[in-house]
Design a protein around this ligand. Structure first.
Ligand SMILES: [Fe+2]
Ligand SMILES: [Fe+2]
Length: 176
């Protein structure tokens, strides 16, 4: 069995990941309404990734025979002042999640729960990538906030294909 402190903290993290999912859907819908389809597509895709993160954590708890609580989540921000705001919010969110994941690792380590500690390792790597992606994107939208087509071209060039399948990723509950 994983450490009790880890289980309760991981259940909280599931709520954060679902909240991130909802927030990215809200960002995507905002861009879609602004007719910025590349930015919209990017955030729709990020939203699915966040849902997968939540479901990977669900699967871990199921496999470990630990209690899983599927949470309600706080409502996301749905209105934004300009096209920079959703990306700035996303970067803040990713930095916050990085801290949360590090804290999860620390809790597992302090409890001597090495299995759970190892489970968190993939998420540490994932957060490094997500923070880097969002800070790059923030620079691009800040530079071209008066010319959104510039950002759209950048997204089409750099993010059109989506991410390659990561064979080291934990299994999300319910996925094939
Ligand atoms: Fe996540
Ligand atoms: Fe993320």
């Amino acid at each position: 069995m994983p450490a009790e402190t880890f289980v309760s903290r991981l259940n909280e993290q599931i709520a954060h990941e679902f909240a991130a999912h909802q927030q990215y859907v809200a960002c995507a819908v905002y861009y879609d309404a602004e007719t910025l389809p590349q930015l919209a597509r990017f955030f729709y895709r990020q939203a699915i990734e966040e849902r997968d993160h939540a479901m990977m954590m669900v699967q871990y708890l199921i496999d470990a025979d630990a209690e899983v609580t599927i949470p309600g989540v706080a409502a996301p921000q749905t209105t934004f002042g300009d096209i920079v705001a959703p990306v700035a919010l996303a970067l803040d969110q990713e930095k916050r999640v990085s801290d949360q994941i590090n804290e999860l690792t620390r809790i597992a380590r302090e409890a001597g729960d090495f299995t759970s500690e190892q489970f968190t390792q993939w998420f540490i790597k994932e957060q490094v990538e997500e923070v880097a992606t969002m800070s790059d994107l923030l620079r691009v939208v800040e530079r071209s906030k008066h010319d959104p087509m510039e950002v759209e071209n950048y997204m089409a060039r750099e993010h059109s294909a989506g991410e390659a399948e990561d064979p080291t990723a934990p299994h999300p509950a319910g996925s094939e």
